[in-house]
Write a protein that binds this ligand. Structure first.
Ligand code: C2E
Ligand code: SIN
Ligand code: SIN
Ligand code: SIN
Ligand code: FE
Ligand code: FE
Length: 410
């Protein structure tokens, strides 16, 4: 057991740990993991305030996770509940007060909230002790709710959450709320950047880039774990990749609307102009040196290379757009990068981008059926795409589909 001082030090360190995560989805996952570990909770969920409702955004459940084959993820759907006194999470959000309930099936007499047993019935899980607390920012506003479920002792028995832990959890909740607000702002700025560039119909842009980024992160995670990349490195890479992938097409800002929004196939000359979006995007990040800029530059430059070497723009200097010395092919164009000459982030975003493009409506095409899309993805293994990464893609197809549902076109 940790003493009070050790617990305080520990919780402060956990606050620092989550503050390093920039992407909002990855941050919410991390907050759940860290908070659950601190109180040894079997499960937990996060609700984020959105349009004056609580959106159920992320959930983890160790017991249910253990029933899945190794490496497989729990699939869940998102939904939202009103901020009122009728649900536990709603009550906590509307009052700003923590609730520590030993058994949600035996609520005290006279409380306004009730526990919805529906989810337990569906998942055949028994929720018992529940610690629900508000995520309150420095202005005293509730921005979400964190719910920890079933505190466990060493033998797997469910206990009530310890009263002594409450102040630590509240301290952590404040660090978490600040980190979430910062990550939400970062994402909003990225989305605004993309929208201002008028890449596409503004209604579609947010969902499209969020899907591409989420697909890329999931495929990367599976591919990297199979290869034995250390967990810490994967986590850090997921964070920079998520944001870089959102920006993969930011170079289209320099492409004229006549080409970008042409409701028909591009002619060869127009397509040549379009190809410049790769290195024009890379240039936007070339004079800065954070991991984030480096990854964004790399993804922009490499997301249209092909595993078989027939992609673009090939071995060029992004600043000049000219072939690197020794890489001039016929008609003065650079030779395409081949296989592992293409950085992994480029290879994985290629898969995410094409998959999403084929599933979606474009000015120049209708969405394809899923069968057709998957057949193409399979067929292009070793041609357009890295075979190992395509294998990773197909092994997490259920996760990929759930991302499509999480970010639907509006
Ligand atoms: P995008 O629409 O996001 O498409 C990304 C990539 O998905 C494409 O890269 C291509 O590899 C794949 N893809 C998209 N639609 C189809 C399709 O109908 N069939 C097949 N086999 N693959 C598809 P690509 O070709 O290098 O194009 C890059 C970008 O150039 C596209 O991004 C889009 O913005 C634009 N573009 C490409 N072709 C056309 C076109 O015929 N008309 C217009 N208006 N834009 C085009
Ligand atoms: C809660 O009550 O806090 C969770 C949502 C529900 O079960 O109604
Ligand atoms: C192709 O590009 O011609 C095949 C389909 C794809 O890889 O996008
Ligand atoms: C869509 O139709 O755009 C969503 C499907 C997907 O991208 O997976
Ligand atoms: Fe592109
Ligand atoms: Fe794209």
């Amino acid at each position: 057991m940790l003493d009070e001082k050790q617990k305080l030090t520990h919780i402060i360190n956990l606050g620092h740990e989550i503050a390093r995560v920039n992407d909002v989805d990855l941050l919410l996952e991390r907050i759940l993991t860290v908070a659950r570990r601190f109180v040894n909770a079997d499960a937990g969920s996060i609700y984020v305030k959105e349009d004056n409702r609580l959106k159920f955004s992320h959930t983890q459940n160790e017991t249910m996770q253990k029933k899945l084959p190794a490496g497989q993820k729990l699939i869940y759907s998102t939904f939202s509940i009103p901020i009122d006194n009728e649900s536990i999470a709603g009550y906590v959000a509307s009052t700003g007060r923590m609730l520590n309930i030993p058994d949600v099936y035996e609520l005290p007499e006279g409380v306004s909230y009730s526990f919805n047993k529906g989810y337990d019935a569906i998942s055949r899980y028994r929720t018992k002790s529940v610690l629900t607390f508000p995520l309150t920012n420095n202005r005293g506003e509730v921005i979400g709710v964190l719910q920890l479920i079933n505190a466990m002792d060493g033998e797997g028995n469910i206990l009530p959450f310890a009263r002594e832990d409450e102040p630590f959890i509240l301290h952590f909740a404040n660090s978490a709320a600040i980190a979430i607000e910062r990550a939400q702002m970062t994402r909003a700025i990225i989305l605004r950047m993309i929208r201002m560039a008028e890449l596409r119909d503004p209604k579609e842009t947010g969902a499209h880039v969020n899907r591409v980024a989420s697909y890329a992160v999931e495929v990367y995670e599976r591919w990297a774990s199979v290869r034995g990349v250390p967990f810490k490195e994967i986590e850090k890479n997921k964070d920079v990749l998520r944001m870089a992938a959102m920006l993969h097409d930011v170079g289209k800002v320099a492409i004229s609307d006549a080409i970008l929004k042409k409701p028909a196939r591009l002619d060869p000359e127009e397509f040549e102009a379009m190809k410049q979006h790769t290195y024009l995007g890379a240039r936007l990040f070339s004079d800065t040196y954070s991991d984030f800029d480096e990854a964004s530059s790399l993804v922009s430059l490499n997301h249209h290379e092909r595993w078989d070497g027939n992609g673009y723009p090939g071995h060029i200097n992004p600043l000049s757009g000219l072939p690197m010395l020794g890489y001039e092919g016929q008609n003065g164009k650079a030779l395409g990068k081949k296989a592992e000459e293409i950085p992994p982030f480029g290879r994985v975003v290629a898969i995410a981008d094409v998959y999403d493009a084929l599933c979606s409506r474009r000015a120049y095409k209708d969405p394809w059926d899923e069968d057709q899309v998957l057949e193409t993805m399979r067929k292009e293994s070793g041609k357009h795409f890295d075979p190992e990464m395509i294998e990773a893609f197909f092994s997490i197809l259920d996760v990929i589909r759930s991302i499509g549902q999480r970010y639907p076109n509006v």
